[in-house]
Write a protein that binds this ligand. Structure first.
Ligand code: CUA
Length: 240
């Protein structure tokens, strides 16, 4: 059910194959530098045709890329098959923040809460330009495209706070387009899901706090960034 380790295994497989090939190619190159140097071979020879060698260097890479393909394809099939009992959360991307909507109509900005050990389906769309919804901790990333609803799912097996970020350059505030994913125990999640929506002032304070927490160092408010960026844009536009 959880495909996190499958993706890690495919990644490790590709790294191992790449590093092995790099070492073989580099070692051969260094060896040939000595074997065929000018002192030992004052007259350059011309070597042509070696069927055995040609078959090997065609067959071995072919097998390797097929192994990589099937490993990736097996993971991809799991990732595209959403478990029927998944919690559906609608995600809207816009310059430059994430908004979430739950089946009971609850809406949040920046903060996404999910229950532990229950698959979550994310339906992603964009209100303006292309973005990409990325949760590195659960190995998922999916583009947010205006006029289209994309989907993905993940399995939150760990409690805690995780980073949501935008993985597609979407303008000046791209690097600040972060959110927070909080995995709660199921009873705590239900409590959160059904609590009364806070007033507008509280929402603002919450998002300030969240940005401060997720970035660690910078204490910035995403609203103030948007205002600043926008005012800069309008100033630039006014210039003759
Ligand atoms: Cu949204 Cu980059």
């Amino acid at each position: 059910m959880n495909f996190k380790s499958n993706i890690d295994n495919t990644f490790i497989l590709i790294v191992v194959i790449s590093v092995t090939l790099l070492l073989i190619v580099t070692a051969t190159m260094v060896y040939f530098m000595f074997k065929y140097n000018r002192k030992r071979n004052p007259k350059a020879g011309n070597i042509t045709g070696n069927t055995t060698l040609e078959v090997i260097w065609t067959a071995v890479p072919l097998v390797l890329v097929l192994i990589i393909f099937f490993s990736g394809w097996a993971d991809f099939r799991i990732m595209r098959n959403v478990p029927p009992d998944a919690l559906v959360v609608k995600v809207t991307a816009r310059m430059w923040m994430w908004s979430f909507e739950y089946p009971n109509g609850k809406k949040t900005d920046t903060l996404m809460c999910v229950p532990q050990d229950k698959p979550v389906k994310v339906e992603i769309h964009s209100a303006d330009v292309n973005h990409s919804f990325y949760v590195p901790a659960f190995r998922v990333k999916e583009d947010a495209i205006p006029g289209r609803t994309n989907y993905m799912w993940f399995y939150p097996d760990q409690l805690g706070e995780f980073t949501i970020t935008c993985a597609e350059y979407c303008g000046m505030g791209h690097s600040f387009m972060q959110g927070k994913l909080v995995v709660l125990p199921p009873d705590k999640f239900n409590e959160w899901l059904n609590e009364k929506p806070p007033s507008a002032d509280t929402v603002k304070t919450d998002s300030t706090k969240i940005i401060a927490d997720s970035s660690g160092v910078k204490k910035v408010n995403i609203d103030s960034i948007n205002v600043k960026k926008n005012s800069k844009v309008s100033k630039d536009v006014k210039k003759p």
